[in-house]
Design a binder for this molecule. Sequence first.
Ligand code: PLP
Length: 420
Amino acid sequence: MFENSLKFARSLDRQDALASFRKRFLLPSAANGPALYLAGNSLGLQPKATQQYLQAELADWASLGVEGHVHARRPWLYYHKFSKKALAALVGAQANEVVAMNQLTVNLHLLLVSFYRPSARRFKIITEAGAFSSDQYAFESHLKYRGIDPALALIELAPRAGEYTLRTADILHAIREHADQLALVILGGVQYYTGQFFDIPRITAAAHQAGAYAGFDLAHAVGNVPLALHRDDVDFAVWCSYKYLNAGPGAIAGAFVHNRHASAPLPRFAGWWGHHEGERFQMKKGFKPQPGIDGWQLSNVPIFQSAALLASLELFQEAGMKNLRQKSVRLTGFLEFLLNQADPEGKHYTVITPEDPGQRGCQLSILMKRQGKKTFNDITRAGVIADWREPDVIRVAPVPLYNTFEEVFRFVTLLSDSLY
Ligand SMILES: *Cc1c(COP(=O)(O)O)cnc(C)c1O
């Protein structure tokens, strides 16, 4: 279905209905011309529209001062509402189940307060071994804060010997095994190191059957893979917006809580922006949460960060996640095909990301068997911007919004040039 040639790559680009979106981003340059940017899983590129969105808020601040809360073109008082529709579409949620707020690790802490409420009998957390460091620290600190020994309570699932990713059956088995003492299952949506896309509906169903909550860190999933958090009955989720969502360095993050939890308000750490909207400015004693995820907000909305998020979400709405996913499967499939052709016997590297497109997003993680760092430095000098993860993995993410089939072809050519 693929051919190993530049001509073929270019023909795929000509057939690509989403090709014009690339022109709506600012592309970084390398020493010898435009960079070959494959690091959208670390920091997404800047949409050209971001400047205008930020300029509009600077201008409204300049001309209106505090009145901008009500009279800005997008009134600041309600700013968190403007991203809801697009975010809901991206994660498969209802509008009152999602909000842009804080940053990822902050949101993780806030939702652990609500969804990790250990008892003497139920106190265990199941997660993946080698989770992103910030997540590990969040889990560990919550346990220690409550006087629970992480060595007893934190169950970290590792792949079988000789394998790189987790089998769904093994995850489900572990959930059943710990069912009596299990409080929470929390995994990445897409694992940041291996690129494995976990089976969210089956893991969630198993967690619920065990009497536990299910939460997901969607840092590498949102804007990358199709999600249906509401339908899948996920209890809560968090994500950042500077990776696939292109909202800029340190962008405002997002959070989801299922409406199932709307009727009886969960305990939480509160702030005035989460207070019932109609009474927020009465400044009265006694916290009454706004229904839905909005009731977890703490502070008034950071307008510049939120403006940058809107600029990017506009592109996702236009392109459509379904179309993006379709291109993504092809683009990453092409990358995988070329990588296999360049090292057919697996002498130089192994791709540790699952082969099944349904179990991965756009990222492939290439485990280098020898001289990995040298190869990485070679391709970097040649203009590739990718991502090196100690001890031996190169992560590359062809992003369907702005990467091309030709770039994928050129990347594998440069990689081969370094190896042979
Ligand atoms: C990128 C990433 C983070 C980063 O956390 P911040 O709070 O945004 O700095 C955390 N967890 C995972 C899984 C990530 O991929």
